[in-house]
Design a protein around this ligand. Structure first.
Ligand code: C5P
Length: 235
């Protein structure tokens, strides 16, 4: 077991120079980087290719949500970058999810698709405002099981949902979990948080960590401490 297989560093930066600077600072420790909308909309496919050329795997977090035909096309285009993981919104529905899965299956370079359930920024009040009467916890299970039934083998969820997902119909899913804060670091704007060790012990497969590493005075040292915590939790 290599702890670096369980850690994804979120490159929430606006441009290529800042992204590649962070990649270089973390070289030797880290295997996975996440490219989200901010960086991808500025730099496009070449930034994913540049990170991959340096020997890393890329999680492309585009959270696709549109009509099935459009999402299928976006999956094909985004996958040409060589990203290993790609997100889409589960709330797009079973037909959209199945179209995305079929599009990915037809590709030579297939990313693993991850369905985003309920964004961690959504609470009961926000959900109700969109017409959903279920609690966030209920809605996560509903969307996770729907995504599983549509053949999507991975999910993005908060640390709080890992245990209940492991006893749902989505129990075999690859669970990718943001909202991770080492005990020593600040919460920032994250609310439903867990330490790296807690998230791994609950059953998370991969942890997404941004500011506790990228905002640290010594990012490589912060990453090494988290990797150590992951290794200890898995031992
Ligand atoms: O800096 P921090 O560790 O909070 O970064 C977490 C990363 O995970 C960010 O890139 C954020 O967009 C992402 N994320 C999240 N909650 C979700 C989905 C993605 O925090 N539900």
């Amino acid at each position: 077991m290599n702890p670096a297989d369980h850690l994804i560093v979120a490159l929430d930066v606006p441009n290529r120079a800042q992204a590649l600077d962070m990649v270089e600072r973390l070289e030797g420790n880290i295997r996975w980087f996440k490219v989200g909308l901010e960086l991808y909309l500025a730099e496009g496919r070449p930034i994913v290719e540049a990170i991959r050329e340096r020997g890393f795997e890329v999680f492309l977090d585009l959270k696709l949500h549109d009509i099935p035909n459009t999402v299928a096309g976006a999956v094909r285009t985004a996958s040409a970058s060589g990203a290993s993981l790609l997100t889409l919104h589960a709330v797009g529905g079973p037909v959209m999810l199945a179209a995305a899965r079929e599009a990915a299956e037809g590709l030579a370079q297939k990313p693993r698709l991850l369905a985003v359930t309920v964004l961690t920024s959504m609470d009961a009040t926000q959900l109700h405002a969109t017409g959903i009467a279920a609690t966030p916890a209920e809605q996560v299970i509903r969307l996770a099981e729907m995504a599983t039934d549509a053949g999507i083998a991975g999910l993005v969820c908060s640390p709080e949902e890992v245990v209940s997902l492991r006893s749902s119909r989505a129990k075999e899913a690859l669970l990718v979990v943001p909202g991770i804060r080492p005990a020593s670091s600040v919460k920032d704007d994250q609310n439903r948080i867990a330490t790296p060790a807690d998230a791994i012990r609950r059953g998370a497969n991969m942890l997404v960590v941004g500011r506790p590493i990228t905002g640290a005075a010594d990012p490589a040292g912060a990453a090494a401490a988290i990797l150590h915590e992951i290794a200890a939790a898995k031992a």
